[in-house]
Design a binder for this molecule. Structure first.
Ligand code: ZN
Length: 299
């Protein structure tokens, strides 16, 4: 059976899945944006290209989370095309062992954190890209900085479609995961606003989130910003002189989040630390070390 891709514009195709990838078919071949969570996802993208007779020209990776570039290695073993990625993200792709390490406070992580969900196969990066115009395979992309969810994430505008990566999330995804992963909660909120501005600036009719259904920019940004504000309020309310781990437990209870495995626990723990860090920079919480305990206080 043919790979079920969904055409979004003249040249942009959505490869739907738990993680959305996209294929942009230009005059000089196809550009794949994000390759999915693992080897199978990469192989399926290649199969879809072959069914259509489109040569693969390049892979662009929005950010270095394993579920967005996990298909790279499988594709590159078969077709060694150019790989483009943002700065910092490029380093993480070359050394993906760093993702479980940073989620585990920089220490050697337990094996539960080194599965393919959090640690992809390494990928080369041939060209480091940043915000601005990108010409590739006869196509013109506009790259937009949507850092926050990860260190230096980029979104892409092409035709009248905006590939937002994890700059915004679909409402159904947020309902399932009320605490969206973030590296920098303040930057993440600004990025969701930037998605709306960029969609307007580049005439994007449809925004494709990294997870969830394509939708108008305002709808995805509203849902994402509301989720960020709910978590920020819950973190602030929980910070009455307790440890970061207690803030996490209280926020999880307040938002009805169950954490029954180490990966989910540590993703949420890092996220809560990103909020505490941002709130402290804003002067809304302070950190005190008391008798060897790092306690967080809302001010
Ligand atoms: Zn991500």
């Amino acid at each position: 059976m043919a790979e079920p891709w969904q055409q979004l514009s003249e040249r942009v195709w959505l490869v739907p899945g738990a993680v959305n990838s996209a294929v942009v078919h230009g005059p000089d071949g196809a550009v794949v944006v994000d390759t999915g969570a693992h080897e199978d996802a990469g192989k399926r993208i290649l199969r879809g290209l072959r069914e259509r007779g489109w040569p693969l020209a390049a892979i662009v990776v929005s950010h270095a989370h394993a579920d967005h570039f996990g298909g790279n290695a499988a594709i590159l073993r078969r077709e060694r095309v150019e790989v483009l990625a943002p700065p910092v993200e490029a380093e993480l792709m070359r050394a993906p062992v760093l993702e479980p390490h940073y989620l585990f406070h920089g220490a050697v992580p337990p094996p539960e954190l080194t599965g393919r969900w959090l640690q992809a196969e390494p990928s080369p990066v041939d060209r480091v890209i940043d915000a601005g115009r990108l010409s590739l395979a006869g196509l013109e992309f506009q790259l937009v900085d949507v850092s926050g969810h990860s260190h230096r994430q980029l979104a892409l505008a092409v035709d009248d479609v905006f590939l937002a990566a994890d700059g915004v999330f679909g409402p159904a995804v947020i309902e399932r995961y009320p605490m969206l992963f973030t590296h920098d909660a303040r930057a993440q909120r600004l990025s969701a606003e930037r998605v709306v501005e960029a969609a307007q600036e580049y005439g994007a009719r449809l925004v494709v989130p990294g997870h969830g259904e394509p939708a108008p920019a305002e709808d995805l940004a509203r849902a994402t910003i509301d989720a960020i504000d709910r978590v920020r309020a819950a973190v602030t309310a929980a910070a009455d002189g307790v440890l970061g781990a207690v803030v996490l437990a209280r926020v999880a209870r307040a938002l009805a989040i169950t954490m029954s495995d180490l990966p989910r626990y540590h993703l949420n723990h890092t996220t809560v630390m990103a909020y505490l860090s941002g709130l402290r920079a804003d002067g809304a919480v302070r950190a005190e070390i008391e008798e060897g305990e790092l306690r967080w206080y809302a001010t």
